[in-house]
Design a protein around this ligand. Sequence first.
Ligand SMILES: NC(=O)c1ccc[n+]([C@@H]2O[C@H](COP(=O)([O-])OP(=O)(O)OC[C@H]3O[C@@H](n4cnc5c(N)ncnc54)[C@H](OP(=O)(O)O)[C@@H]3O)[C@@H](O)[C@H]2O)c1
Length: 445
Amino acid sequence: MKEILDAILDPASRPADFAALPLPETYRAVTLHHDEEHMFDGVAPRDRDPRQSLHVDQVPVPELAWGEALVAVMASSVNYNTVWSSIFSPASSFAFLRRYGKLSQLAARHDLPYHVVGSDLSGVVVRTGPGVTAWQPGEEVVAHCLSVELESADGHNDTMLDPEQRIWGYETNFGGLAELALVKANQLMPKPKHLTWEEAATPGLVNSTAFRQLVSDNGASMKQGSNVLIWGASGGLGAYATQYALAGGAIPICVVSSEHKAALCRSMGAELIINRSAEGYQFWKDDTTQEPKEWKRFGARIRELTGGEDVDIVFEHPGRETFGASVYVARKGGTIVTCASTSGYMHEYDNRYLWMSLKRIIGSHFANYREAWQANRLIAKGKIHPTMSAAYPLEHVGQAALDVHQNLHHGKVAVLCLAPREGLGVRDHLLRATHLTAINRFRND
Ligand SMILES: NC(=O)c1ccc[n+]([C@@H]2O[C@H](COP(=O)([O-])OP(=O)(O)OC[C@H]3O[C@@H](n4cnc5c(N)ncnc54)[C@H](OP(=O)(O)O)[C@@H]3O)[C@@H](O)[C@H]2O)c1
């Protein structure tokens, strides 16, 4: 890998140099081991420690097929799906690989006794497979995580509806937390030129998801002036939702759990903030009984902040713990748009507040290629900014995942793969200088 890294770091390298570089037989990757998928049986998901399950191994370079690209990965990031796969909950990702492997001979490459995880990357294309014309070796790229086969008509209006839709690096193998990654070429997008490798590696998954969920007509179709309640407003998804609300002329009502996170939201430009820890909302009396009085107290607080208005859109992802409150506080005719269930996926809400007030619940999941491209374009133009708080070396990926699992992080956590240090990869220094404060906003001091 040293020759590839040297070529990336050498400003004189040309595309032909990358195409001519020999590929190594093996590369370093963050893996889960199939024979450990039951290691946490009997341990509550919240107590499972990713440092025990995530390994850094040398693994063989996969065979490159039609329509695919091999990317030398400079940096990647920890997503919540890294947490899910590392704690083998709610399902072992080896079940996904097994199912995918049955699809075709090429998909069978993914069904291995190890799983290279990771759903984000920034890096340089080193090889393209037959049929790839839009991308060449030497191009600096990021990758979105939508893997589709597109053989069925179902996915041709909106690729997220493809029956063989998968999240790369979670439901497929050869992910981004590694020195090399295998992607479908239609996952590739230009790397934003004003960002370092590690900054560029962090928006992909969450930025695209927030774009579809909040902005796209496939999600909540946010409008200028919309009141948007954003759970976890300084977290992975939420910090992008907050930026989209502000950039689109909407009014975010940011829910966070600490004063530091409240300050981050304020520094993005949000004015209406609820510190859920300080205000002590308890939406459940016990494991099975909700507390509607607390929904009402929460709704009253929102009205206090908005001057008596309710919210048009609730940006949902905590799930079971908050969903009853989310349905309650949406305005008549409002939308609850959900993409996740961090605290539990068996949601409960009082349906009278939904149907009598003509509210809608919309399910949203990642983004199609077009939406991911639009979201990346806004990063590249400096309209939306990365939210990286820290970058860990590949060897410390377990700690990085533990921080996210325990909600100790802010924004996004990057992981350096081939990049020997932080700060490399900036090509447009002028654009960077214009937005430096915003780019560094989430940085841990
Ligand atoms: N479907 C998709 O395509 C997709 C894409 C990305 C992520 N997701 C899912 O979305 C969820 C969030 O991902 P993320 O990257 O934003 O994670 P994250 O960085 O951990 O941020 C989530 C934030 O939500 C808040 N939160 C967590 N539990 C909560 C609870 N019980 N009640 C209220 N707020 C709570 C926390 O903020 P405070 O502590 O500040 O309140 C936390 O920082 C995960 O389950 C992830 O798997 C789905």
